[in-house]
Design a protein around this ligand. Sequence first.
Ligand SMILES: [Zn+2]
Ligand SMILES: [Zn+2]
Length: 247
Amino acid sequence: MKLTFLGTSHGVPAADRFCSCAMLEVNGAHYLIDCGAPAAELLIRRGIPYTALRAIFTTHAHGDHTNGLLHLCDLSNWKFKDASYDVFLTEQALADALKTMIAIQDTVLDEQRIRLHVIGAGHVYSDENLSVTAVPTRHMEHAGRPSYSYIIECEGKRLIFTGDLHGQDAADFPAAAKAEPSDLIVCEMAHFSHEVAFSHLKDCPTKRVFFNHVWYNYEQSMAGIEAAKGRYPFEVLAVADNDEFIL
Ligand SMILES: [Zn+2]
Ligand SMILES: [Zn+2]
């Protein structure tokens, strides 16, 4: 499988970073984890037909994780009519808003092809390539709204995407990342320091840790990530847009 980061910035894009969007390619099928980057355009730029898109998993409703959905779903609806995929959302309001915006733009969403689902905790999706489980986090707890980490099992490997977490202590860091071995943890670092991140990660039996969404004291955090290399039993890396990894 190949993991490509289409967007690695936090809530605000940077000159060289779109907002959160990771793409997993397995046996020719493509999956997105969050869609804060202009995925519609980036797929075309990369020569990836929309027919290759199988599913999109969003961790929560914030725009830096979902704002790329509208153009992607809209284009899939009126132009690329061979596209057929599942979109996993955390709230019904987001599904309703997408449908409303597409209707305003003059088409009715073909829900046979662009299938919107509202997820809860637990198993979300399985196909012949991978299985996805959602684990609740507390990132939007202040608003009484849901958010999730994702555990993806694929080709005998286990990947954990933390999604955005809660507050400066990341107390909702996914327990599953500590309880069971994983091959990769993609850890956000927008809301807490690298010291807090490593206070959780040191207990995780994982092989690699990729940091994205870095915002909290950016310079210090990046320096902290750099200084951590070689100090833990797992690989440590801050990822950038267009980084690709064969896992
Ligand atoms: Zn975010
Ligand atoms: Zn957020």
